[in-house]
Write a protein that binds this ligand. Structure first.
Ligand code: AHR
Length: 503
């Protein structure tokens, strides 16, 4: 099969910044306990933080990490998680029906962020709690000195304010599964009032409000519109969430599910711009796609699990190669909308639907989905170029779907151009011809592919290196034309050096 792409330096979509490569750490399952925090682990540092996990987080160059939920936040009191550990309460945790010991809390998370070079993105509880708690946590984190809360932070070992910029106003507040679910009117109003109070404490913060949790939720497709009518001028981003699944074992549809995700992004942009017009506002809202991934492998197992355990194994999806290709497709899509999607969080980070998987007391490994995220995070920062793609297509439940999906990111400072491409065909190799003619000098660096003869191949604790990126041969670059063979069902990263002068 043949396909073509054209990328021009003169047609830019927008800038893909570090925040597109964020992640999410929720108190649920073994994400925190046995994931980032395990004091008895041989690799733990003096604070009980797993060094092997921190190393993998640094390898991924994760930017913003959303914390502590998720559904978890909606029945949470952040004050339970600070102060002397022996005095912290053990609580029933209502999102995942487990026991929360609060041994890892807000201050430990901030220390972990510092150690891993990540940016904290804190979700406040606007469900079972409200405006007062939201302004208090901002004051505890960001207020310099002299107040009761800033003194309390100091007493807990942190004299300097944390300066947290990113704050989420609740989580999935339209969802029936959410403790303290709200109507659009109630949520729009509390988001507005909490935003006012939080910004009064620290005017430099950036606020993310909930939007429709996913596209086409029954009976409330206009939930997000009604929220925006109430709080448009008070917020900076809206939050989008989407998980893909292949429960019906229809790989063609699974690979095409990015078309659905794209519809969701486009609908959200339209909602923002509608609200902008209605509010006669000059401000443009951006999208925070702060939960996205593949999630379905663990659903059946989780339906039968025991309740009220500490750090139980839940949502432990073990990912295969086709999942990694879908994650790659999602990354291409987010990049293609970099003009409006400014924050992206792969959900989640460790053990719970995550690229990093650990054994309690044992090793930490890279799941298949680790690799596309790693490569996009490393090479996908810069100017996203608008591509023209020409590809054969197939019919899926989401409509006519191109076998080729691709985007390119140009980083002028690093003198690097990277083409990210997926071949959705499950049987046929794709001969890609990609025109990059308006770049003066081009040198091929490498072509890495991720594919496997068995699409269900996984990286497990026992066999952690089953699926690794492969160095592809036969890729050429002559007179501005890149020619590459993309294996069936594959994710590809083609790196090109773009020196400003020829050597
Ligand atoms: O990431 C798992 C859960 O999915 C999150 O807690 C919630 O926000 C979403 O429904």
């Amino acid at each position: 099969m043949k396909a073509k792409a054209v990328f021009s330096k003169d047609f830019a979509i927008g800038e893909a910044g570090a925040r597109l490569y964020g992640s999410f750490l929720e108190h649920g399952g073994r994400a925190v306990y046995g994931g980032v925090y395990e004091p008895d682990h041989p690799n733990a540092d003096s604070q009980g933080l797993r060094r092997d996990v921190m190393d993998l987080v640094k390898e991924l160059q994760v930017s913003a990490v959303r914390y502590p939920g998720g559904n978890f936040v909606s029945a949470y009191d952040w004050r339970d998680s600070i102060g002397p550990k022996e005095k912290r309460p053990v609580r029933t945790e209502l999102a995942w029906l487990s026991l929360e010991t609060n041994q890892f809390g807000l201050d430990e998370f901030m220390d972990w962020c510092k150690k891993t070079g990540t940016e904290p993105m804190i979700t406040v509880n606007l469900a079972t709690r409200g405006i007062q708690e939201a302004r208090d946590i901002v004051e505890y984190c960001n207020f310099p000195a002299e107040t009761d809360l800033s003194r309390e932070r100091e007493k807990n070992g942190h004299k300097e304010p944390y300066g947290v910029k990113l704050w989420c106003l609740g989580n999935e507040m339209d969802g029936e599964w959410q403790m303290g679910q709200k109507t659009a009117e109630d949520y729009g109003e509390i988001a507005k009032q909490a935003a006012k109070a939080m910004r009064a404490v620290d005017p430099d913060i950036e606020l993310v409000a909930c939007y429709n949790t996913c596209l086409g939720m029954e009976n409330h497709t206009d939930w997000g519109d009604r929220v925006l009518e109430r709080c448009y001028d008070y917020i900076d981003y809206i939050s989008l969430h989407k998980y893909c699944a292949n429960e019906e074992k229809n790989t063609g549809d699974f690979l095409a599910s990015t078309l659905d995700m794209e519809k969701y992004i486009e609908a959200a942009i339209a909602s923002c711009d509608r609200a902008k017009a209605l509010a006669h506002s000059q401000k443009t809202l951006y999208l925070s796609f702060d939960e996205w991934n593949v999630w379905y492998h663990s659903l059946e197992q989780d339906a039968h699990r025991e309740k009220w355990l500490k750090g139980p194994a839940v949502l432990e999806d073990i990912y295969n190669v086709e999942d990694a290709v879908v994650v790659g497709l999602n990354l291409i899509l987010l990049l293609r909308h970099a003009d409006r999607v400014r924050i992206g969080c792969l959900a989640q980070l460790v053990n719970v639907i995550a690229p990093i998987f650990t054994r309690n007391g044992g090793e930490a490994i890279r799941q298949t989905i680790f690799y596309p995220f790693l490569q996009a995070s490393r090479y996908g920062r810069g100017t996203v170029l608008r591509g023209i793609l020409e590809s054969p297509s197939y019919e899926s439940r989401y409509g006519q779907t191109n076998y080729l999906d691709a985007t390119a990111v140009y980083n002028e400072e690093k003198e690097e151009l990277t083409v990210f491409a997926v071949n959705r065909s499950q049987e046929e190799e794709m001969e890609l011809e990609c025109s990059l003619r308006d770049f003066a000098f081009l040198e091929l660096v490498e072509h890495l592919g991720l594919h496997h003869p068995n699409r269900y191949a996984e990286n497990t604790l026992e066999h952690p290196d089953t699926c690794l990126p492969i160095s592809e041969t036969g890729t050429s670059l002559e007179e501005g034309v890149l020619r590459a063979k993309l294996a069936p069902l594959s994710w590809n990263v083609i790196r090109i050096r773009v020196p400003s002068e020829k050597k």
